[in-house]
Design a protein around this ligand. Structure first.
Ligand code: ATP
Ligand code: MG
Length: 410
């Protein structure tokens, strides 16, 4: 059993959360981990080396989790609680409130997870957002579109990774998209919500803003440029840190993000704000009260030498954070895709890995695997991270790598 070290409870993680577990250990923490342990996000053998106590529990049952937290906390003081997964953000706030440790309020965490609650809160506080309506049937969608019009976006209120986030330019497309939307089931045993959002489509460059909120003080850490696929689906195909923009736009974006963070009542967590710079100014797509996915924290670390994983844990512990950049470089990630079919050839993997500036080349596929069409983040088949002295250098290298790698399907 742990003695002097402080105790961190982690409830579930994405694959990239393995780094967060290792970081916790490096910070000298005693790590308790709750996991359903039956889905692809379960801790790996390697993860387990950094976990002191692993509990297998239905993390989709708040009651079960609260019961276990109560049981453990009778004998062990838990100093902080965190999740490395969007779906468990509200649960973590409940646990933090029960334990009396740092975190966002339960209301706030619901508003940063449930996309309808988020839109309502942002609207009530005058933040800059697209027009939106809630619907729960084809009839209510068809009624709503009389107000929202085309092009529009429909989406689930409690999912992630762009699952069933669909753009429609006319009624026919929208009805087809509606069928897809209602069939989408959340992953990891998360309960399906049968309420959906209809939103005005916002045109413009998409970026994200990574920030750290400490006792209500917002520290903006990075602007990330996003490359999103075109068509009816929105698949994030690349990100670059930093996104360089003129001062006026920068100030407008910062104001928009600050308004959003304040409106949602975020006081203690990392935030990942997705913004589109529309001709009418920046508009909030969503604000998450957790680390950005898609290796964005890694890009921030390569570009600025700031470890946002460490920072997320420090905030949860109530420790002081250091937001100073130790360097001013750039990093890019590009995601791989291929024509739908079976993979018959992969080439040049080694060539790319050996090139200076390429920090990661990870393929989630091998010869013989089936590639599906590009519909959401899960249909991507790998990623490449590159670094450079500036954005151009990092992006040129990632474009080169993307061109060199051959993934042939038939
Ligand atoms: N109203 C909108 N107008 C324009 N684009 C939108 C709109 N809503 C969503 N999108 C696009 O779809 C993407 C995914 O939408 P959203 O963030 O709401 O879903 P998500 O499942 O949380 O995705 P992720 O987990 O990848 O952030 C956005 O990043 C954006 O590119
Ligand atoms: Mg999003």
């Amino acid at each position: 059993m742990q003695k002097q070290s402080r105790v961190l409870l982690i409830i579930e993680k994405n694959p990239s959360g393995s780094y967060g577990i290792q970081m916790a250990k490096r910070m000298g923490l005693y790590v308790i981990f709750f996991s359903n342990n039956k889905y692809s996000n379960r801790p790996s053998e390697e993860d387990r080396q950094y976990i002191d106590e692993l509990y297998e529990i239905d993390t989709n049952s708040d009651d079960d989790v609260m019961r276990l937290v109560k049981e453990i906390s009778v004998k062990t003081k838990i100093d902080a609680v965190i999740t490395f997964m969007e779906y468990y953000v509200p649960l973590v706030a409940k646990v933090a409130q029960y334990l009396g440790v740092k975190g966002n309020s339960v209301e706030c965490s619901i508003c940063t997870h449930d996309k309808y609650e988020m839109r309502k809160k942002l609207y009530q506080n005058g933040a800059s957002i697209p027009q939106y309506l809630l619907f729960d049937s084809l009839e209510s969608l068809l009624e709503g579109v009389n107000i929202i019009g085309y092009p529009n976006v429909i989406k689930p209120i409690n999912m992630a990774a762009s699952r069933a986030v669909l753009k429609s330019c006319n009624k026919e497309e929208m009805v087809t998209n509606y069928e897809k939307l209602i069939q989408e089931i959340p992953p990891y045993g998360v309960m399906k919500e049968e309420r959906y959002l209809l939103e005005e489509y916002v045109d413009g460059q998409e970026i994200s803003v990574e920030a750290a909120v400490e006792n209500g003080k917002v520290n903006i850490i990075a602007f990330t440029k996003k490359y999103v696929s075109s068509g009816n689906h929105f698949v994030e195909m690349g990100h670059t840190v930093p996104y360089n923009v003129d001062n006026k736009t920068k100030m407008e974006i910062e104001r928009c993000v600050l308004e959003g963070i304040r409106a949602l009542g975020i006081t203690n967590s990392i935030t990942h704000s997705e913004i589109k710079i529309s001709p009418k100014g920046p508009k909030i797509i969503e604000i998450a009260s957790r680390l950005g996915g898609d290796h964005i924290p890694d890009l921030v670390n390569y570009a600025y030498g700031i470890d946002m994983w460490k920072m997320a844990i420090e905030i949860a512990l109530g420790e002081k954070i250091d937001c100073n950049k130790v360097k001013n470089e750039a990093a890019s990630i590009v995601f791989l895709s291929a024509n739908p079919g079976r993979i018959i050839r992969i080439e040049n993997e080694d060539l790319i890995k050996r090139k200076a500036g390429v920090k990661l080349l990870h393929l989630e596929c091998s010869v013989g695997d089936k590639v599906s069409s590009l519909e959401n983040s899960l249909s991507r088949i790998g990623e490449i991270i590159t670094v450079g002295n500036n954005c151009n250098e990092a992006e040129q290298l990632s474009s080169w790598a993307l061109n060199e790698i051959i993934i042939e399907t038939r």
